[in-house]
Design a protein around this ligand. Structure first.
Ligand code: GLU
Length: 202
């Protein structure tokens, strides 16, 4: 189980998220990624290997300066440590981006069920199904926190999940079951981390 960072506030989300991921590097990981919400769309960058690989990608292709973002350092349990399997994962419409620590034990049956409805999956992870399921909920008109609650009720396993909705740009939603999650409530800004080291400096 590796690193998660989430941020909403006046600071540049990319900076807070990448700094937070760097503080979680000590836990070990095989890939890293970030998603920010900008103008009703998700912008996602992810790279296998060290955080420096992701930082080089961001230097070459900077993300828009936005105020809502999530990031992840992955320790693969399901699927190879490559760019496609790195988190965040998105739903089919790229409206929801989601990161995950832990294991979703019943991912295969959930995935088979919605693949039968022509959903296309881009990774080998147990995580991507959660992004699709949360996205289906919000597309049906459900608010993001309720969508997350409903999806967690369908999942077996131990997990921390953090998600953003491209159409709800001022909110990051998280859930946990038998897996760590720390919430930092600030003045005009809030933080999420799998470990308080992610945002202790704030
Ligand atoms: N089970 C997920 C995966 O393999 C998350 C692993 C983790 O906790 O980093 O992608």
């Amino acid at each position: 189980m590796c690193g998660i960072v989430g941020y909403v506030g006046p600071q540049r989300a990319q900076d807070v998220v990448i700094d937070g991921l760097r503080r979680l590097e000590y836990r070990g990981y095989d890939s890293a990624g970030i998603a920010v919400v900008h103008d009703g769309e998700l912008v996602v960058a992810k790279r296998s290997g060290k955080l420096a690989n992701l930082e080089k990608e961001l230097a070459d292709h900077p993300l828009p300066a936005t105020h809502t973002g999530i990031g992840h350092t992955r320790w693969a349990t399901h699927g190879r440590p490559n760019d496609a399997n790195a988190h965040p994962h998105t739903g089919g419409a790229r409206r929801i981006a989601l990161v995950h620590n832990g294991i979703i034990e019943n991912f295969a049956e959930l995935r088979a069920r919605i693949e039968a409805d022509d959903h296309v999956f881009l990774s080998e992870t147990d995580t991507e199904i959660a992004a699709h399921l949360v996205e289906l909920q919000v597309q049906s008109g459900v608010e993001l926190p309720i969508a997350m609650q409903r999806v967690c009720q369908q999942l077996d396993g131990a997990f921390t999940l953090v998600a953003v909705d491209a159409e709800d740009p001022d909110r990051v939603v998280a859930a946990r079951r038998n897996s760590p999650l720390v919430v930092g409530l600030g003045e005009g800004e809030n933080f999420l981390g799998s470990d308080v080291a992610a945002f202790i400096e704030h």
